[in-house]
Design a protein around this ligand. Structure first.
Ligand code: CO
Length: 137
């Protein structure tokens, strides 16, 4: 059911330092910081050949990643995002297996302008999973 790994999201305490780490130390191509106010994050995209890394930093007073940073002050992997071709049928299939959705069962529009849902980390090896509906091929 799941397709490509769309991205891995890493929450960081210092976005500029993390961007430099990826560009200079690791030698990757990184974007300028982009503030996504409706998602409560500022993000730097790291472009790899086969996927993306998203470096996230809390933005505003109600950021969904602020608490994560309090629990993980040096930062850490926040979620992985897999692509699916049909998000509603993927959700229904997963719920049949007892998987819990974090937040809304109704897909929300995610940071890339595509429908997403999140799956509870306790049901998936301690990892928060984002499912994003892929572009039709
Ligand atoms: Co994501």
């Amino acid at each position: 059911m799941i397709g490509r790994l769309n991205h891995i999201a890493i929450v960081v305490p210092d976005l500029q330092a993390a961007a430099l780490l990826y560009s200079d130390t690791l030698g990757a191509v990184v974007s300028a910081p982009t503030s996504l106010e409706e998602h409560g994050v500022t993000v730097v995209f790291v472009d790899l050949d086969n996927t993306k890394i998203e470096l996230l930093h809390p933005l505003g007073t109600n950021s969904p990643v602020a608490e994560f940073l309090l629990r993980n002050p040096t930062g850490g992997i926040h979620h992985v995002c897999y692509e699916v071709s049909d998000l509603i049928s993927a959700r229904d299939h997963l719920e049949k297996y007892g998987a819990r959705i974090v937040g809304s069962r109704t897909p929300m529009i995610g940071a890339h302008g595509k429908p997403v849902i999140f799956l509870h980390p306790k049901d998936f090896c301690g990892t928060l999973i984002e499912l994003e509906e892929a572009d039709p091929v």
